[in-house]
Design a protein around this ligand. Sequence first.
Ligand code: ATP
Length: 370
Amino acid sequence: MARIHLDGVAHSYRPDPQGPQDYALKRLDHVWEDGGAYALLGPSGCGKTTLLNIISGLITPSQGRLVFDGTDVTALPTAARNIAQVFQFPVIYDTMTVAENLAFPLRNRHVASGEVRKRVAEVAQMLDLTTILKKRARGLTADVKQKISLGRGLVRPDVAAILFDEPLTVIDPHLKWMLRSKLKELHRQLKLTMIYVTHDQTEALTFADKVVVMFEGEVVQIGTPEELFDRPAHTFVGYFIGSPGMNVAPVTVEGDRARLAGLESGGQEIRLARVYPGLAQGARIELGIRPEFVRVGANGAGLPARVLKVDDVGRYRIVRVDLGGQVFNAIAAEEARIEGDRTQVLLDPANIHIYADSRRVEGVAAGAGA
Ligand SMILES: Nc1ncnc2c1ncn2[C@@H]1O[C@H](COP(=O)(O)OP(=O)(O)OP(=O)(O)O)[C@@H](O)[C@H]1O
């Protein structure tokens, strides 16, 4: 196990990068704590694999250093970094038995036979592979083969970290959640540093203690699932995490009031719990609020809005409303009264965030600073 420090790491696939747009990974300073369970979450093409390959040594970063437990490993190849990897698709030997496959990473490192047998038995038990240890891998289903790949990743107790690159892609949906919670349990047991790449928020939030969210080559927030929900540091985090994601709308802010852009004056002001004295001149100012904190049917107390659509999704309804030309999603309880196409909407001031050029601005409690 190791503490992995990315010290000013950045990477461009171009030999002559001209600016930030040419970097697949923008400058990153981050420490992956020893024994932590991390998820690397972001949409396709945001740079997750590039970052993972830099940690494993498949890519040498254009800038910066990688330091494992105080030792600079930037120039070391993958084999010398003591990293285990599990990929999207099974990497196993069809001609070997399940036990031989599991033992392979240990035998490769000349671990004593007794220790190999013990570790293989332990890992097989963790992954419910004990009954098929003597079977050849050929002919097993993709699910089982991927479980063996996971086992090969977990079998060495001395690795600096285990890197998982979308490991559940080939797994049948009903097995997915089982394996996901299994991995979490294994992390608790083994206390290894694990970094798990995914574009699926459920996978990231259930597996990780800390989620690293990437967007366009940049790490835009690192936080616990609660932090990402309660205080999205970037509009992308708000939008990407949550279902539906955070509402984001352009506004102007004056004191403890915001006004939706495009709205004429009067009656449509949104009350804020904080003031924002430091808002940069010329920045794009947006308001963000999660649908959970938008209340429809606030008779007499809210902003006038038009109901566009109501989707009943079981225990609650998702209501789409038009608020002065901006569409907002609201989560309404089953029993909330929504009649006709007119309603009033209340945005909970305590859960409104203000963003300047997509980044969250920490306000000052209203009354304290203005
Ligand atoms: N070998 C390469 N040469 C040039 N550009 C590359 C190379 N590999 C990736 N890129 C580019 O770098 C950016 C980041 O790609 P990367 O594969 O790291 O993203 P990702 O988040 O892992 O995406 P996915 O989830 O689709 O795998 C993309 O714009 C991609 O086109």
